[in-house]
Design a protein around this ligand. Structure first.
Ligand code: COA
Length: 212
């Protein structure tokens, strides 16, 4: 008998299928003791955060440490800068995200892609009041699953923000990002063009990337 894939196994496959060449992704169900995966410099950089956030940050960094080790970069800290953005080793770009249960990370060597963003969300409809804040007339959700379109849009805007911030240092609101899901593109109010790829099962994950 073949067992169904675990939530982590299914999401690992789904993310690998949407990642552009050279971008490595991973996920981890957040565990009660995941704060222990923070390296000392990382723990210091988020010392003021709530325990649940520290666990989520520890889970995300556990993934990122492994992804970096896979490309030969071992035992390197990814502290959180005062802006909130993670600080990557020289020559590396990446992004982290967590929902209540799952953490995800994406990393790559700087190359044709010069910045990355990722976000993860449960595969559930976005409440109407939040949709009203997130969606604008400039957004196009096209052929996306109708139930999940608002959630994908929300996830896309957060991923775009994380990819754009390290380049532009601009704080953006939802209204500052126009998304076209079918085209796999977004544009920020600063004119930054960002590419998008997404999956919806077993969770909504959007990868945003700047470059070719
Ligand atoms: C970046 C932001 C959108 C993340 O949203 P969130 O729901 O709090 O958390 P997520 O799980 O999706 O992502 C958290 C990760 O984002 C990353 N992050 C935070 N600020 C970032 C920034 N300015 N640039 C890039 N990445 C950032 C961090 O790695 C963080 O993980 P960590 O705390 O473990 O280091 C939010 O923290 C923020 O800065 N918001 C202000 C602007 C905004 O909300 N605009 C509307 C959306 S476009």
């Amino acid at each position: 008998m073949t067992l169904p894939p675990s939530p982590e196994g299914a999401l690992t496959e789904a993310m690998a299928a949407i990642a552009p060449p050279g971008v490595r992704t991973g996920c981890r169900l957040i565990g009660d003791a995941d704060e222990a995966h923070l390296l000392p410099e990382e723990a210091r950089s988020i010392s003021a955060r709530q325990p649940a956030m520290r666990r989520a940050s520890g889970a995300a960094r556990w993934i990122a440490h492994r992804l970096l080790a896979d490309i030969g970069i071992g035992n390197v800290a990814i502290p959180r800068a005062p802006s909130g953005a993670p600080t990557w080793p020289d020559g590396i770009i990446g992004s982290l995200a967590h929902d209540d249960d799952m953490a995800v990370a994406a990393v790559a060597r700087v190359g044709r892609i010069v910045s990355l963003g990722i976000d993860v969300e449960p595969a559930q409809a976005l409440p109407d009041d939040i949709s009203a804040i997130v969606a604008t007339g400039a957004d196009r959700t096209g052929a996306a699953d109708r139930l999940l379109a608002g959630r994908i849009l929300f996830c896309a805007k957060e991923a775009v923000y994380k990819a754009a911030y390290p380049l532009d240092r601009e704080i953006l609101g939802y209204e500052d990002i126009a998304v076209d899901l079918d085209a796999g593109r977004a544009t920020t109010k600063t004119g930054r063009k960002v590419r998008l790829a997404y999956c919806v099962a077993p969770r909504v994950v959007v990868l945003a990337f700047v470059g070719e």
